[in-house]
Design a protein. Structure first.
Length: 268
């Protein structure tokens, strides 16, 4: 976790994107040709924008570090990360928080700027992926399964539809149950989470885990994209920017109806 002065919080997706955009500041990468980047599917897509600007590959993988490991071994990626704060490069086949911290310190030294200043400069160039995760823990398994089944059955009808809340409208570009084909060994991982992608790059992701007798956990990931041209919103409080998409997500999945929950257990 990266924190700046006065508690300025850097989301894991922003941290990954800032490191990716500033690899030239890090000696390890200065003499190497960087192949590409990767992020787990629930992670906000900030690094995708950096990869596009640099003409590099970016891979969207299921949750689980093993998928990054295959890409590293094949020389397809040099940097990767996930929304649960794991970040790493190909110097080892694992997440490395100490390395990520040192990478940030090197960038700070080279840029002669604060953590907040570097992140806000990044937003000015690439836009801002505002991110949150809602965890609904120990939900009745039958209700959780019904919610996911109901939502997946509706998803085909979402494509091309405009969804609105708080006077903000999003148009759905893609809705699916995420499937990943490993470009290295050809293995396929299916049913990795329900994914709704909007035309502007914003996304909603729903994942279900732990459906045993102890109860299930439903995770809702919200990734709201603010383009750099929208200067009025670019530096606004994250909660304000996320609220419309959160309301849309809770309405489309009928969270309270299926689970009886009016609020998440944990908000990250």
């Amino acid at each position: 976790m990266i924190l700046g002065k006065n508690g300025f919080f850097v989301t894991p997706s922003d941290s990954l994107a800032v490191i990716a955009d500033n690899l030239g500041c890090i000696p390890y990468f200065q003499s190497r040709k960087v192949a590409g980047f990767a992020r787990s599917m629930p992670t906000a897509g900030a690094v995708d924008l950096v990869a596009k600007a640099k003409g590099l590959e970016v891979f969207e993988t299921p949750t689980g570090w093993k998928y990054f490991g295959n890409l590293m071994d094949a020389g397809r990626i040099y940097l990767c990360g996930e929304e649960s704060f794991g970040t790493g490069s190909d110097h080892i086949r694992e997440k490395d928080g100490v390395w990520a911290m040192l990478a940030w310190l090197q960038i700070l030294a080279e840029k002669k700027n604060s953590v907040e200043g570097i992140v806000k400069d990044h937003w000015k160039r690439y836009g801002r992926n505002v991110f949150t995760r809602y965890d609904y823990e120990n939900v009745d398994a039958s209700g959780a399964n019904l919610l996911m089944t109901f939502l997946e059955a509706q998803m085909a009808a979402f494509v091309g539809k405009e969804l609105s809340a708080n006077n903000v409208t999003y148009k759905v570009q893609l809705a699916d149950n995420f499937q990943y084909k490993d470009p290295v060994d050809g293995s396929v991982a299916s049913k990795q989470g329900l994914r709704i992608v909007f035309v502007d790059g914003s996304r909603l992701v729903f994942r279900l885990s732990g459906t045993g007798s102890a109860g299930a956990t439903i995770r809702l990931y919200v990734d709201s994209y603010i383009p750099p041209s929208d200067t009025e919103k670019l530096f606004a409080p994250a909660q304000d920017l996320l609220k419309p998409l959160v309301l849309i997500a809770l309405d489309m999945c009928k969270m309270e109806q299926f689970t009886g929950r009016k609020a998440p257990t944990v908000i990250t």
